[in-house]
Design a protein around this ligand. Structure first.
Ligand code: NAP
Ligand code: 8YV
Length: 320
């Protein structure tokens, strides 16, 4: 295959660029003075795209590259890539599952503890020098006695469940289909799950099927002691409904790593000091991001050598 031409729309990690440049002709779109001119020039030759989850790749973009065969996306979530369109046009899309599962589950548990015990606010109290004036107030919420509902019991959801078992929490979940390898309580609707628990962790993919799934009705079902954690995608929660539910006491607290219009975060959420808010750092350690970057490279290398990538997404299965 020689050195296939690869488009990199945004800067990726150095070890990704270095390894790809050994085997591909890499076109660095983010460095071009005139991006449109570069695209015009290289479009007929581009066979591969390496991209981060935050650079959307839609059908209109893909159709500019008649030789395109593979899009290697950084991140397990690929809601910014139109994988259905790619599948219909014989283009592989790959993501980076598994290598980030444990890291993201760790972050979810941290968010849950922070939200239940106001640990962020307690730390801000110390840093502001207020401890010498008064002890931080007792928290009205606790993890003790809670029941955890997991919305999205997939790879990361199961890793969260394993951790929650260690914390002594009973576990229930909602997926579109029942998981066959666990015995946790299953609910065939999200509202049914929310009625059965007081603590909800959302770890589903983004996209149309989950858009605003956590809405006013689900939050009401969770109840006044309710805590919501979102480590999946910001679009999964109706943020206006969440703010209203937190402000009027429909639920008690939230721990959020992802937001509808991130990196913009509504001031109303920032103003509620008891909440735990993180800037989408679920997988953000050097260790895990390096492993994700390596899988971006390995998918492209494997495809170049054998015609088959390692982790294609469900919409673009391996073709015989
Ligand atoms: P996964 O193994 O594919 O699990 C996704 C789970 O969600 C599956 O159990 C699936 O079950 C369920 N699901 C999907 N669509 C659903 C729907 N419409 N209604 C109900 N359940 C649905 O994926 P994963 O590796 O655990 O990752 C999950 C998501 O976490 C990613 O897609 C990404 O958006 C997010 N994520 C965030 C971070 C971060 O930094 N915050 C890091 C990594 C991942 P069914 O198919 O049976 O419904
Ligand atoms: C990354 C993520 O922060 O894997 C995902 O779906 O959301 C995170 O691991 C993101 O992909 C980096 O762009």
């Amino acid at each position: 295959m020689g050195r296939p031409h690869l488009l990199m729309p945004g800067r990726m990690m150095a070890h990704v660029i270095e390894q790809l440049e050994e085997e591909f002709t890499v076109h660095r779109l983010w460095e071009a003075d005139d991006r449109e001119a570069l695209l015009e020039k290289v479009a007929p030759d581009i066979m591969a795209i390496a991209t981060g989850a935050h650079a959307p790749v839609d059908g209109a973009m893909m159709s500019r590259f008649p030789s395109l065969r593979i899009i290697s996306s950084f991140g397990v979530g690929y809601d910014t890539v139109d994988a259905a369109w790619a599948g219909e046009h014989g283009i592989y899309v790959t993501n980076t599952p598994d290598v980030l599962t444990e890291e993201v589950a760790d972050t979810a548990m941290a968010l849950l503890l922070m939200a239940a015990r106001e640990l962020g606010a307690a730390e801000r109290h110390l840093r502001a020098g207020k401890w010498t004036e008064r002890a931080y107030p007792l928290t009205t919420t606790t993890l003790r006695g809670r029941k955890l509902g997991i919305f999205g019991l997939g790879r990361i959801g199961k890793a969260i469940a394993r951790r929650a078992e260690g914390f002594g929490l009973p576990i229930a979940y909602h997926n579109r289909s029942r998981a066959t390898d666990v015995s946790y309580e299953y609910h065939d609707s999200l509202t049914g799950l929310a009625e059965a628990v007081d603590t909800l962790v959302a770890v589903v993919p983004g996209g149309d099927s989950t858009h605003h799934a956590v809405n006013a009705e689900v939050l009401k079902a969770l109840g006044p002691d309710g805590i919501v954690v979102n480590i999946g995608r910001g679009t999964v929660i109706d943020e206006h409904a969440l703010i209203e539910a937190l402000e009027n006491g429909t639920i008690r607290s939230a721990g959020l790593d992802v937001f509808e219009e991130e990196p913009k975060v509504p001031q109303a959420l920032i103003n509620m000091d008891r909440l735990a808010l993180l800037p989408h750092v679920g997988s953000a350690s050097e260790h895990t991001r390096k492993a994700m970057g390596q899988l971006v490279v390995d998918n492209l290398r494997n495809w170049k050598r054998t015609g088959i990538p390692i982790t294609p997404v469900a919409e673009t299965p391996i073709r015989g």
